[in-house]
Design a protein. Sequence first.
Length: 267
Amino acid sequence: MSDAVKLNGEEENLEMLEGFTLLDDELMTIVFDRNTEATELLLNIILGRNDMEVTEVVAQREYKNPVTGGRSIKLDIYAKDSDGKVYDIEVQNENAGADVHRARFHSSMLDTKMLKEKQKFKEIHESYVIFITKNDYMKMGLPLYHVERTIQESGALFGDGAHIIYVNGSYKNDSDPVGKLMHDFRCTSAVDMFYQELAKSVRHFKETEGGRSQMSKAMEERINRERIDNSFEHIKNLMEAMKMTAEQAMSILKIPDEDRAVLSKKF
């Protein structure tokens, strides 16, 4: 790739970055990655607490399905608190990405990593799957939607420790914490934000040379990962349909040499 092409790619990335908000997972994941302060703020507001102690925050953590051929997931933000509770925080710009079945699947995948061999089932920690959606996915005009299993005959909570929360990213009310938080998630500029725990990180990644360079590199890496993932699916489909080897399929699809080495390791 020529220097001119690289430069054009960086310029395009930085131009896109200007319009990014925390509802764009490219910005959201890099802002919250290893940022316990911002994550504690977010969880305190969504859970109505003021005592969160986050011990671990990781962006883009992959959860591989133990079933051969089963679907794996990559969490936008994985967090763990001092009580051992785990959190999957996702941002969704499109309603299709917030499908209730996806929330169920994410919750079940969190459970697969909770217990080691011979641990008792009662030792499983509480888990929270939190979808922050650009639109009001549930269409009830509320800021938060808490999803819990209940015993239908009594209405009592089942109490299995699995929680799903939808956060309405379109909710507007600057007089309450959730409204302020969603206001900040919609901001393109740090100067307009209420919460400094978010503003200072957004300012770094959008306004400083070092932060913008990190963002551009992260965006480029994401584009490359998506290209590889898409190529992998096309190759796998062709192999299954035509009974080909991976090399034969890659030749027919004219996969570049630099991608072949990466793709070959995935088979």
